[in-house]
Design a protein around this ligand. Structure first.
Ligand code: 9MR
Ligand code: ZN
Length: 554
């Protein structure tokens, strides 16, 4: 390091020179990754904690600009964390309220990664995660520049899709558009269900800020907020998946997974597969929900969505049995699931959109079959919670007061359970020691339940546990890494993603939450080949978007 040009004119005191030499060096010191925290940062008025995987007793918080100590505290612990086989100490610096950039010093251990405190710490991440949905668009060219790299592909999959497997011969029925599902380029209605459901729920609850979110989309400026423009891209495709009789085809897919080539170079035939009752019910729920969202902006489109939803609902009434899609011949994603929860959600959304009693009675009869009414996590294979939340948060008068209060109690008890689970975990992971394929998405989705519970009965524990879900995903974990590409500290560089894996850019496409490790907290690997740990998927990004939207400041 050269000292020239520092403006140091005294030059006489060796001590001063030593100090001047050391200060920048201290700032550049590699962070000690045993100190693990939310690398996106913290909200001024909420809790702030770090987990330290090394014995310690004290900590100080230093301002990044001048190294000044702004807070000192005592670490607590250790607590045994069974899923990572570690002893962890906790540093609680919640009393730090001033916006700024800081780092945590733990004597005997080291200095943490830098972090920010501010009301806006989640805003950029929200925009990036929404832009990531845009980058998943199929049937068109996409392009975005992020941190100096440009990501994109020419128009892809413009021949979607052949009817061979639904009895139409080798003939194309236009089904262009929508989002690629994940690291693969296929399109699956069931997985669209939970994705669109959670994103529209974010819209319903946080449209005050989402309305203003600018994502630089091709449609930007058309009078529809960008957030809804992005959802419309998917909804337009979904409308093509409805057959004339009201059934909804399960997926559009190649016969087997394609290679790691750009989307526009994948020219393998793609087929529409037979229908399933789960896909049909999810379609009803999405279309009914979309109808409400688009009503103020495009009333004709809103009507079209509602009519489509009613038609598929009528079809389902005439086909009450669970009907799996016949996917013989396909080895791509299955997303096969029983349809009870999907039908329940469909009835809830149609009721909320129309206020009609038939849908209400259908929902209530189905809801009464469940025990518990609300589960502490949900995902593509179980959307019951989405239906329960729509019913509970409804302002319509006709609901059964007893069932409403039971759903409310069940939600609060699920949320209380999530808080206890998070309290017992060394990284405050709200899903505790449960790990499975895509569990990061479930962690993000728990914020949906926590925020809904907080709406019912405000409780700072619910809010801070939701923040801890984000904290875990953005660095407060065994790996001391962000699980979202392009965001936070040391993010994934090798996601299982055909777009990232086939372009020239060194960095992966930004804004994507990877599925996460299993069977325990140490199992994640940042390797492209590990689709089971390191893939990206629309159903994991949607709850990430919900979580970020719920804490964004504008
Ligand atoms: O997210 C899905 C996970 O719950 C399943 O266990 C897994 C195996 O069936 O499939 C995951 O979904 C994948 C889908 O089948 C195809 N596109 C990529 C999805 C994410 O890995
Ligand atoms: Zn495509």
């Amino acid at each position: 390091m050269a000292l020239t040009g520092t403006g140091c004119t005294h030059g006489s005191s060796p001590l001063l020179i030593l100090l001047l030499l050391l200060l920048p060096a201290m700032a550049c010191l590699a962070a000690d990754t045993r100190i693990r925290l939310n690398s996106l940062g913290f909200l001024p008025g909420q809790e702030k904690r770090a987990s330290v995987a090394a014995q310690c007793s004290e900590f100080t918080v230093r301002r990044a600009s001048d190294g000044e100590t702004v807070l000192t505290g005592r670490a607590t612990g250790p607590i045994d964390n069974p899923d990572t086989k570690e002893k962890l100490w906790l540093a609680d610096f919640s009393s730090l309220k001033d916006a700024g950039a800081y780092a945590l010093d733990v004597p005997g251990v080291g200095r943490s990664i830098p972090f920010r405190v501010g009301a806006d710490v989640y805003n950029d991440a929200l925009r990036t995660a929404l832009k990531a949905m845009y980058l998943w668009r199929c049937g068109c060219a996409v392009e975005a520049t992020y941190q100096g790299s440009t990501f994109g592909h020419a128009a892809c999959h413009t021949k979607d899709a052949y009817l061979d497997y639904v009895g139409g011969g080798h003939v194309v029925r236009p089904s262009v558009g929508g989002w690629h599902d994940a690291g693969d380029f296929n399109k699956y209605v069931v997985n669209a269900g939970v994705t669109v459901g959670v994103m529209l729920m974010a819209w319903e609850q946080y449209n005050d800020r989402l309305r203003k979110l600018e994502a630089g989309l091709p449609e930007s400026g058309n009078g529809i907020p960008d957030y809804l423009n992005e959802l419309k891209w998917e909804m337009d495709w979904l409308l093509t998946m409805q057959a004339e009789d009201g059934s909804v085809y399960h997926k559009v897919s190649t016969l087997s997974f394609g290679g790691f080539i750009p989307a526009n170079e994948e020219l393998t035939d793609r087929f529409i597969t037979p229908w399933s009752s789960a896909a049909t019910a999810d379609f009803v729920a999405m279309a009914a929900k979309a109808s409400r969202a688009f009503q103020p902006y495009r009333s004709g489109y809103a009507r079209q969505c509602l009519e489509a939803a009613r038609r598929s609902y009528t079809f389902l009434q005439a086909h009450p049995e669970n009907h799996s899609a016949d996917l013989r011949g396909f080895s791509t994603g299955g997303y096969q699931t029983r349809d009870d929860d999907d039908r329940l959600w469909a009835a809830a959304e149609l009721y909320e959109t129309t206020g009609e009693e038939g849908y209400l009675k259908d929902f209530e009869a189905r809801a009464r079959r469940y025990q518990p009414l609300v589960d502490p996590s949900f995902g593509w294979s179980d959307v019951k919670d989405l239906g329960m939340l729509t019913y509970l948060l409804s302002r319509r008068p006709g609901r059964d007061p007893e069932l409403v209060s039971q759903v409310r109690a069940s939600l609060l008890s699920a949320a209380d359970g999530i808080v206890r689970t998070r309290n017992a975990h060394g990284y405050a992971r709200p899903l505790g020691t449960t790990y499975f394929w895509g569990c990061n998405g479930d962690v993000a989705a728990q914020t949906v339940l926590l925020q809904a519970a907080n709406r019912m009965r405000p409780n700072t524990d619910y809010v801070n546990t939701a923040l801890d879900a984000l904290g875990h995903l953005f660095g407060r974990n065994f790996h001391c890494r962000s699980y979202v590409t392009g965001l936070g500290y040391n993010p994934p560089m090798h996601p299982h993603d055909r777009s990232s894996g086939s372009d020239k850019a060194e960095a992966p496409w930004p804004g994507y939450l990877v599925g996460g490790g299993h069977p325990d907290g140490t199992s994640w690997r940042d390797e492209q080949g590990r689709y089971d740990l390191n893939e990206i998927a629309i159903n994991w990004n949607a709850p990430l978007i919900y979580a970020l939207a719920s804490f964004a400041s504008r």
